[in-house]
Design a protein around this ligand. Structure first.
Ligand code: SAM
Length: 287
């Protein structure tokens, strides 16, 4: 077998296994040889580190991760890829493939069982149809991981990494910010994939904070407030919070005043601290 990142080798493997791409599983495989080594390096794959990969495909990124890290566990939903991965990763004894849906996988248990005593990172070229649920699962479960380095649609990357208080920020920006420091690492053109997707892509890294950036009395209330604030982002906070949370305007107005936030402000203007203050005020009266 030739070099795995070589497009000729990839085509040969896919035709040998009679593999046809599944659009619904977000199958766009990387065929640009410079992307995976860079992702693996910037994603922190190195000695002493265990890596969780989501959606290895035919193993192009897995290969680069396995070269650098102590151990790689890759979760792949499409069982047609299992014999292919057996073949492409045959030279490694530090890779384990799990045939499962990442959204239904108990990742805390997986980390305990597979990576005892190791620093753990996530590194993946994500299936784009589940970008947000995967990222939120990784963050909300408070898993013992150091970072999440993922390829996502460029638009999603820009939203995830936007500073709060700017127009590009959304509910997911605020939620991600609470758990992690997000950084856009580099962009990747559609031509780097087979088949090429319609959109550009980018690799981002979320460095998990040891303690959340802001202190809130009730995390659930914080996330309810964030979601509600962005639900109708062009409306004033007074209106959108009242409508989306089903709380009277007077009460919302008092909470905003006590938080030092104008009732006429919009979600995209708020900082993390302001979201936290509003959540803390509403939490006092909404339990
Ligand atoms: N890592 C490979 C690469 O870069 O060439 C493939 C990336 S491709 C964008 C996404 C991969 O995720 C596919 O192999 C697909 O079968 C897999 N996948 C899709 N949904 C999944 C799920 N719910 N759980 C685990 N893997 C999934």
């Amino acid at each position: 077998m030739g070099k795995l990142s070589d497009i000729g080798t990839i085509k040969e493997i896919l035709s040998r296994y009679g593999f046809s791409f599944s659009k619904s599983l977000g199958q766009n495989f990387l065929v640009n040889p410079s992307v995976c080594p860079k992702m693996a390096e910037l994603g922190g794959a190195k000695k002493g580190v265990g890596v969780i990969e989501i959606g290895p495909g035919i193993g192009v990124l897995t290969y680069e991760l396995a070269l650098r890290a102590d151990k790689v566990v890759s979760i792949e939903l499409d069982k047609r890829l299992l014999p292919v991965l057996d073949d492409t990763l045959a030279e490694f004894d530090n890779v384990k493939i799990i045939n499962a849906d990442v959204l239904k996988t108990d990742l805390r248990r997986l980390i305990e069982e597979e990576f005892p005593g190791m620093d753990v990172v996530v590194c993946a070229n994500l299936p784009y149809y589940i970008t947000s649920p995967v990222i939120m699962k990784l963050l909300e479960e408070r898993l013992p991981i150091k970072s999440i380095t993922v390829m996502v649609q460029k638009e999603a990357a820009q939203r995830l990494c936007a500073p709060l208080g700017t127009r590009e920020a959304g509910a997911v920006t605020a939620a991600v910010n609470y758990y992690a420091n997000a950084e856009l690492l580099f962009s990747v053109s559609p031509g780097s994939f087979m088949p090429p997707p319609k959109v550009s892509s980018a690799v981002i890294r979320l460095d998990i904070r040891e303690t959340p950036q802001i202190s809130v009395d009730n995390e659930k209330m914080l996330f309810r407030v964030i979601k509600a604030a962005f639900a109708q982002r062009r409306k004033t906070l007074l209106n959108t919070l009242s409508n989306s949370l089903g709380i009277g305007k007077e009460q919302i107005s008092r909470a905003l005043d006590a938080s030092g936030v104008s009732t006429a402000a919009r979600a995209e203007q708020l900082t993390a601290e302001e979201f936290a203050r509003i959540a803390n005020e509403l939490n006092k009266t909404q339990n």
